[in-house]
Design a binder for this molecule. Sequence first.
Ligand code: ARG
Length: 467
Amino acid sequence: MAKKKNQATWGGRFSEGPAELMQRLGESVSFDARLAPYDVQGSKAHAAMLCSVGLISKKEKNEIHKGLDAVLADITAGKFKWKTELEDVHMNIEQALTRRTAAGAKLHTARSRNDQVATDMRLFFKDACGQISAGLAKLIAALLDFAEKNPTVVIPGYTHLQRAQPVLIGHHVLAWVEMFGRDRDRFAAVLDHANWCPLGSGAIAGSTLPIDREFTARELGFVDAKGKPRVSRNSMDTVADRDTFIEFATACAMIGTHLSRVAEDMILWASAEFGFVRLADAFTTGSSLMPQKKNPDSLELIRGKAARMQGNLTTLLTMCKGLPLTYNRDLQEDKPPVFDSFDQTLLCLDVLTGTISGTVVNPAACERAVGDPLLLATDLADYLVERGMPFRDAHHAVGKLVGISEKTKTPINEIPMAKAKAAVPELGSDWYDVFDISRGLKLRENLGMPGPKQVKKQITAWRRKIS
Ligand code: ARG
């Protein structure tokens, strides 16, 4: 059988091309083609730098720039013919460029695919962090709208999924907002870590050529707040490091976990057993068998996607843990989990935003749920503390009243005065007032508490933070 000539850019030393199976295993263009805009951006900056230090002429730089723009235009228009035999996005673009201009053969001067792919991915991360941060801001805005639309609705707050104490529904929603606010901070940190320019690291040991790394860094926006270029400081670390990938996947998995917990709260709230909210038809589905069903599929799928994001993170951690420095081909497999976490995170953020926006509260069901006066048992203990009783004794005294309420099947706030006083002589004649829910909320206006003024203040503060 005639041997196939090796077409690859690295084919010089090989007398035979890779087996078809090797090509199928080794190609990454099926998933890294989406890096094309970053690859072209990086290559244009690299060519500009090569020109600035005299390694290529101005004419060659211009031809490379024009050629890369044309290649990217083809890609964007869907006219580009991706070749798996060229392995990845980098070699596909370089070969297409070289077909357009002979200067293309000079583009890879003082560059390796190792620092090239690191650069592409860092540009991707900076972009992706911005998009996720914007998605988080939209979700937070929808949550604030929801809280604002229901300023007086009170629901039980839960611990152990048992009714604990009454809170404004806005306070519960603001707890979700806090979670997503921390997620935003996490992406700002990932962005900062991605903000170092790898180009110039070469395959592993830089280059003997007189390149200007700061020029490239500045060109690509790898700069600090003052505009000073940020150039990575160790060529071996630069091509081996996948911390940013792992941090990005961690931040996505964290969002996934938060989204999933919110989804679970809402699934409970939308159930007939709770009935606190009604979900919009647009984000629910029916049953193929049971005509009455309306299922909270958007929320269940969000809960399911959280598992996938955790899986992606685990994939990356496992991939890196046993790798010797520096680049190993295993690392090509870093992209599918990262892209998947990104895509699913953005999708889920938008879906939850849509779901929240269409959700309507059922105030009557909420009122029923907080109707049990025992939810204010703690407030009664506080009342006794204000009358001079040590808290431990107050807890015990209220416990006695709870016992009477249970034994006599009388709501705690309907135990006759004489009977109550006999059990707890410290009770004043005003002890029944404690069971007014709005009293309890009005007394909770300290920072972070569920008082109506506090909730309003927090909403305003968050509006400012995301604007
Ligand atoms: N497609 C490769 C990847 O994503 C690019 C780097 C290839 N480097 C190499 N030494 N073969 O990992």
